[in-house]
Design a protein around this ligand. Sequence first.
Ligand SMILES: Nc1ncnc2c1ncn2[C@@H]1O[C@H](COP(=O)(O)OP(=O)(O)OP(=O)(O)O)[C@@H](O)[C@H]1O
Length: 283
Amino acid sequence: MDGCRPGCPTWHSWTGCRIPSARTWPEGRYDVSSIRVSGLSARYGQARALVDVEVDVHKEEIVAILGHNGAGKSTLLKSIARVHREARGTIEIGGRSVVELRPNAVAAMGVSLVREGAPVFTHLTVEENLKLGARLGRRRGRDAAAIEDAFEWFPMLGERRHAMAGVLSGGQRQMLCLSQALVSRPDVLLLDEPSAGLAPSMTEAVFQAIQKLCRTGVAVLLAEQDMRWVEGFASRYYVIETGRVAESRPLGAGLPGPDLLAEEVTAAGPPAFLTDEGRGGQQ
Ligand SMILES: Nc1ncnc2c1ncn2[C@@H]1O[C@H](COP(=O)(O)OP(=O)(O)OP(=O)(O)O)[C@@H](O)[C@H]1O
């Protein structure tokens, strides 16, 4: 049943599907690029990490999850990708529940999770790392074009395409990790703190690449601590405090009528968790 989707004529939620793999189903007949999380609670043993979380991300939208260290941002992303499995509630990708699926089945649906500090293959070149990333994707036959796109988005990687990934700086490795996900042509991209450890110029390039990918029909959910990038690139944000959604708000970026929304956001002020009062409330 892995890989079968709503919209597929043989799909039935519990009785199974005659189509063995998502790859056999023609592209463009269904819209997998959305995330719906509702009533999601997650734990690590006895410790609660998420409580009754509701989050929606639509196609061609960048949505940010903000929060202090330990708030639950990574747990939310890992729960959606089913890498963290101690979670209950509704998690739907393109309208299909993924709660019962294993991480590889969720990845096969086109969901790509880029974790902070994820490893690269240090004994392979930059280009070989990207070829592997492209092969893990579902849209075969366009690997070379996808890799050239990545080099265009990150010229720094293009210049080092034949260098071993092991000699890259921390920031360059992070770019390579993200590029591996981009070349797999995901429908849903989950990013854990893409700006972490990057110089501002690199972060700008990373967010511009995310934005370009998003405009090709991808839903992007990212955990981030730096409000600058969220304001510039996300269309909405959610603030998580000790595992609960404390606030959610639209932003100007990527939405119709950005001026109106930007005014609304400016008038509303920054999220409480970034203000002195909010920080005080955390202590
Ligand atoms: N593997 C684990 N085992 C036990 N508890 C964990 C584990 N991973 C996270 N936690 C706890 O779950 C809660 C949420 O952690 P999570 O990593 O999701 O937060 P976060 O907002 O992503 O923070 P950070 O930005 O520091 O990664 C925290 O209280 C954390 O201590």
